[in-house]
Design a protein around this ligand. Sequence first.
Ligand code: PLP
Length: 444
Amino acid sequence: MTKIGQLTVGTLLERFTGARGRPSSESAVAGLEPLTERLSRHKVTRVALAFLDANAGLHLKDLLFDATTDDRRVVIDGQTVWNFGSDSFLGFDRDPRVYRAITEALPEWGAHNGASRAFSSPVLVDEAESKLAAWLGVPDTFIFPSVTLANVGLLPAITQPGDLLVVDRESHDSVHQGARLAAAAGAKVVELSSPDPKQLERVVADAGRHQGLVLAIDGVYSMSGRTPPLVELDATVRRLGGIMYVDDAHGTGVVGPRGRGAAAAALGTLDNVLMVGSLSKAFSCLGGFVTCTPELKTILKIRSSTFIFGGPVPPPYLAAISAVCDIFMSPEYDTLLAGLHERIQRFTDGLDALGIEYHGGGSAIVSLCVGDLEKTFEAGRQLFDLGYYAQSATYPAVPIHGGLLRVQINANHPMQAIDGLLDAVATVWRERRLPVRRRPAPVS
Ligand SMILES: Cc1ncc(COP(=O)(O)O)c(C=O)c1O
């Protein structure tokens, strides 16, 4: 067995597996041992295991909650902390109307309809797609069981041999996975190292002759919470005769008028954009969708393998998606969104007063800049011990020295939790001498 420091890979594996209390019974898995052994010898696995071991107790990954509350507290290993690591930005995961939609649809439609949508679907999917279209002011939408499956199914579906697909490097992993499949199917795929319109022009010129052109990019970067310059990129793409494919998973329901997302907010229209939205984050339901026209939807259904060969969003969740769309289109939504943005503002104002460097804040993601990987883990752990859980984002999700504490603000966080988080952040930054931007503003 390969050795890492004083420990074999096998010992490390046992430590992690055993920590979950379910070591495998020998006879049941004897045939899987060669596979486990072979995979555990791979460089990336070995480095990851050694890394997890060296940072055991610090990295706060693969956590299990023993309990959760309506106001976003969670119990982990007997400790109750405020959870600032949830994408359920509007708190709909704890909303009685969403519960009701799910429980009322259950007896009528069952827990799952058990067929690919290419064969059959409950009419609930049609209702949900129409409501999404009405909310966004677009001709139609097309639902997938997740954003990952949308990206992996759609990028090869909207490109073909002779086309050029430009992918922004900071895009979500699933955009890159979809692009790999598009490349395998014959499209030319090139990467944009930063979302710079000038670089886009250069990259397109260097790529030479092409027919269709697509720029795939996130509306809100999932780690940093920042938004790329969509207006300038859109102008360049239009001039070059292409379209933008915007994964707006973190903008959906949160950014811009009526929460229509970062692309709609920046551009005012989705007429030259395929916007992919999440139904799992601010919606707190399940799935992803893309904006389209009815004609394009017909074509995408024929060309998208994750639609044809994959399963559907279960009926109760389709009913919940429609219920959330109703809330988005009601006057109440303005109050809800204002409440979320008031909390985001309170947090970013507090960070500004402390002089702490952060990214984002235009959406519900506010990522505090820490730097080194170890420092990021240590800061996250201390914050946790003070009663606040935020995700530590480290390499390879962010650049090697660009470690972040990723805070997700939710509409159901009490203000006192936001204030408490700011106090805890101030303590962590002071005690660990983490970088600050300027002298803190004087307390009035
Ligand atoms: C930008 C972006 N796209 C896609 C996804 C994946 O979404 P899903 O969980 O629906 O597959 C995420 C998840 O966080 C994301 O941030």
